[in-house]
Write a protein that binds this ligand. Structure first.
Ligand code: ZN
Length: 565
């Protein structure tokens, strides 16, 4: 059965590659179209769904204890992946000639001694209740910090020269506490904050980062369900108990990184003699000016600090071309999941079969296919299985800050996260790929694979900013994830949508995300071959992949290139 499929798909690939080249030659790309060579095609055909199954079955076994970051099971998974890389004969590019790149992390838990109060110029101090009214973390990673500073309302807290938008307009916010809205100015104009789609400026992580860059002591985000696209419970649940961070390097950090309930914000505005609706309205305008409130934040932050570590697993296949081998194409997939909850009754192991043993199985098969190829691609190929994705993309963030080659020399990152083993896909999702000048090649290859490119169904949700490829995009590397769409052979799209909805509802981030023998890894193998072909072509073409002009990450690329000179 498998053998038959193999031969059939090889024929399809061979027939349709000539088609792809034809459509390629008519594209406007300045690069001469690269040809996927015979050796590349035969290497690609070695990707075996049953090998992906074997990796998933092992990585999702109860013995791996849910592959928790900084836990024994996570370390075992990293060792397993490193061992596979070694068996394939790949070069270790982690620390000190090993496959492991140490990622220093810090767990922070706010202690009950923490206080958080609004002190108006006149009138009574308001002490806020943790979790019900506010959540706050001390990002300086100190056991204790004190803040007593003026609160300044900065609207959306965005500085975006490409949209001629600046909520800070020349004000000095050093040492201040910034009160701001989540999301971004609303618009239908695709040239203004990408219309309905969310840009990174709308994400809460950006707000904290920008405030810290400007030297603020703290930031208070106003939560409103419609604006955040999730209820207070989500903020509350993801901000209670220990939270992990990368160990602070030389970057500035906030003593108070916080959210408040909308009702609290309303009250705060009233205390300041202002009106919350008017404040929110004012923020919609380009002419918005920051306003200092006659209210101070007085916070005493007490935190439990727990340093720990985990590893990214890094390997390289050096390229064949003497002039191009100092550049690379990178593949990523996170191996960590949520670990084990010993205090929980019943099944308490978060096996993470779909999320993301599947991505690891795919990454390993791609690595093997490259390693066994009769010929090497021109550029080098990097394989990175990263840690701490579930803690907030931390392993990939560390990788972006400490890449094995300079970020400007990494042409492209292709990421895999949670590729459901549901059979043979007729669609592929490559959201974010259209932001790169590699897109025409991707379209041509998708056609070759008889895969329809499925557009992002909810751009307003900002999924692009919630997966590991984003960590690499933010250091300028063109990056996106590859996944199946919802249409599978033998089923209609509604079936696929239902499978996805059911997984999200019942198994996503639950102990029941487990391996079953009935899983069909055909689609995972197709995604692996498709990614192999994309990576090979990117590794072969004359120029590195770049962002399309004006993309929000273009300046990061230029910065990384400037840093090279
Ligand atoms: Zn994942």
């Amino acid at each position: 059965m498998r053998h038959g499929l193999f031969v059939l798909s090889l024929c399809l690939a061979l027939i349709s590659f000539s088609e792809a080249q034809r459509s390629h030659n008519t594209s406007r790309s300045s690069d001469p179209p690269a040809r996927l060579s015979g050796p590349a095609i035969s290497a690609m055909q070695k990707v075996d769904p049953e090998r992906i199954r074997a990796h998933v079955r092992f990585l999702a076994d109860d013995l791996l204890e849910g592959r928790g970051t900084g836990q024994r099971g996570g370390d075992l998974a990293a060792e397993y992946i490193a061992t596979q890389f070694a068996l394939y004969g790949l070069k270790p590019v982690g620390d000190n000639g090993t496959f492991m790149q140490r990622v220093p992390l810090v767990g922070i838990t706010p202690e009950p001694e923490t206080t958080f109060s609004f002190v108006p110029a006149s009138g009574k101090t308001v002490h806020l209740k943790p979790l019900d009214e506010y959540v706050a973390y001390d990002q300086t990673q100190q056991a204790q910090s004190d803040v007593d500073a003026e609160i300044v309302y900065v609207g959306y807290g965005i500085e975006a020269p490409e949209y001629k938008w600046d909520d800070y307009k020349g004000i000095d916010v050093r040492g201040k506490v910034l009160l701001m809205l989540v999301n971004e100015p609303s618009s239908d104009d695709p040239d203004f904050f990408k219309g309905k789609a969310l840009t990174y400026y709308g994400r809460w992580t950006y707000k904290y980062e920008e405030a810290a860059r400007k030297g603020a002591a703290g930031a208070i985000l106003i939560h409103r369900t419609e604006m955040a696209s999730y209820p207070w419970e989500v903020v509350r649940n993801s901000n209670s108990g220990e939270k992990s961070y990368l160990k602070l390097e030389a970057t500035p950090a906030l003593k108070v990184a916080s959210w408040i309930q909308f009702e609290v914000a309303k009250q705060l505005a009233k205390t300041a003699g202002m009106d919350i609706d008017k404040m929110m309205n004012d923020a919609q305008s380009r002419d918005f000016h920051a306003v200092a409130l006659p209210v101070r934040l007085r916070a005493h932050m007490v935190s439990k600090i727990r340093p720990f570590e985990s590893n990214n697993v890094l390997a390289e296949l050096p390229g064949a071309d003497r002039n191009l081998r100092n550049e690379a194409v990178m593949y990523t997939a996170h191996y960590d999941h949520l670990g084990i909850r010993p205090d929980m009754p019943g099944d308490n192991i978060y096996n993470g079969a779909n999320d993301n043993a599947t991505g690891c199985g795919i990454l390993l098969e791609i690595a093997r296919a490259y390693a066994e190829a009769p010929q090497r691609p021109r550029r080098s190929i990097l394989f990175a299985s990263v840690t701490a994705e579930e803690q907030g993309l931390l392993g990939s963030e560390y990788l972006g800050k400490h890449p094995p080659l300079p970020a400007s020399k990494i042409s492209l990152d292709l990421n895999y996260d949670d590729v459901p083993p549901l059979g043979s896909p007729e669609e592929v999702e490559v959201s974010g790929a259209e932001r790169t000048n590699f897109y025409p090649s991707i379209q041509a290859l998708a056609q070759t694979f008889r895969l329809k490119i499925r557009p992002d169904s909810r751009p307003a949700a900002g999924h692009y900013y919630r997966s590991d490829h984003f960590s690499l995009a933010r250091v300028g590397i063109p990056a996106f994830s590859i996944n199946e769409g919802v249409k599978y052979k033998g089923h209609d799209a509604a079936w696929g949508e239902q499978q996805a909805a059911e997984f999200t509802e019942k198994h996503y981030h639950q102990p029941s995300d487990e391996y079953y023998p009935s899983m069909d890894f055909t689609g995972d193998a197709v995604m692996a071959r498709f990614g192999f072909a994309l990576g090979w072509e990117a590794a072969a073409q004359m120029k590195e992949v770049s962002w399309v002009k004006g993309d929000e990450f273009e300046k990061n690329r230029l910065t990384s290139m400037g840093a090279m000179q």
